[in-house]
Design a protein around this ligand. Structure first.
Ligand SMILES: [Zn+2]
Length: 227
């Protein structure tokens, strides 16, 4: 299976000859990670399971294959701050494995990336959740993710904020794009994101989707911050 989607993805995500997590030169042609980072990725992979702590009235199921540590965290940072779109591939591969292992996730009929604020997207040039989502959907043969949500405001960075401050910051921050209700109504949505922390971002997205008529919203992130 790897060969087939890799051929497609290599067009979208050109290869480099260094490890996408640590930047060390690579000997192997097809590897995305050095052996140390590949081992670290494996070491920080959870057995497939539901993340109970973020499940609420709007998020019916949540999962994330990697701990936000070691190579998985380095890949997220390379994807987010290093403009390295290929760093999405090992992460998306873990998301695809979680999807294959958990039948609940396979109820989803529509994939939606968690949006970043347009100002941040303009600075960065892309939404990392969309890049992850494109690779994930390619690997799982799901229809490509659709950017149906918009982030209405972004205040200061959430790093270092407690759950309550975070929730307040996020409250009401998402809305459906104009005309997107038809695409959402009655659907089971799979929200995709890079890092799952408290789940408040996903809950706010899921609420906007529910208000637009979505039947159910689930969440699949690449990494989960362990508390
Ligand atoms: Zn490495």
């Amino acid at each position: 299976m790897r060969g087939a989607w890799q051929a497609v993805l290599s067009v979208l995500f050109p290869q480099r000859v260094v490890c996408h997590a640590c930047g060390a030169p690579l000997a192997g042609e097809n590897a995305l990670l050095c052996s140390r980072c590949a081992a670290s990725l494996a070491a920080h992979t959870f057995a497939p399971h539901k993340v109970e702590t973020v499940v609420d009235i709007d998020v019916s199921f949540a999962a994330a294959p990697f701990g936000y540590q070691g190579a998985p965290a380095a890949l997220v940072k390379a994807l987010k701050f290093g403009a390295d779109s290929t760093a999405a591939l090992p992460l998306a591969e873990g998301m695809a494995a979680a999807y294959a292992a958990m039948p609940q996730l396979r109820q989803a009929t529509l994939c939606v990336p968690v949006p970043v604020h347009y100002r941040r997207q303009r600075q960065r040039g892309y939404n990392q959740a969309m890049l992850l989502g494109r690779a994930f959907c390619e690997m799982t043969s799901l229809a490509p993710p659709v950017e149906l949500l918009v982030r209405l405001h972004h205040k200061h960075s959430q790093v270092g904020q407690g759950r309550e401050a975070r929730q307040h910051n996020i409250e009401g921050a998402f809305a459906l794009r104009t005309g997107a209700e038809r695409a959402v109504r009655g659907r089971t949505v799979l929200l995709l994101d890079d890092v799952l922390t408290t789940g408040s971002t996903a809950a706010a997205c899921a609420r906007a989707l529910r208000l637009a008529g979505a039947a159910q919203t689930m969440l699949l992130c690449a990494c989960r911050v362990e508390r």
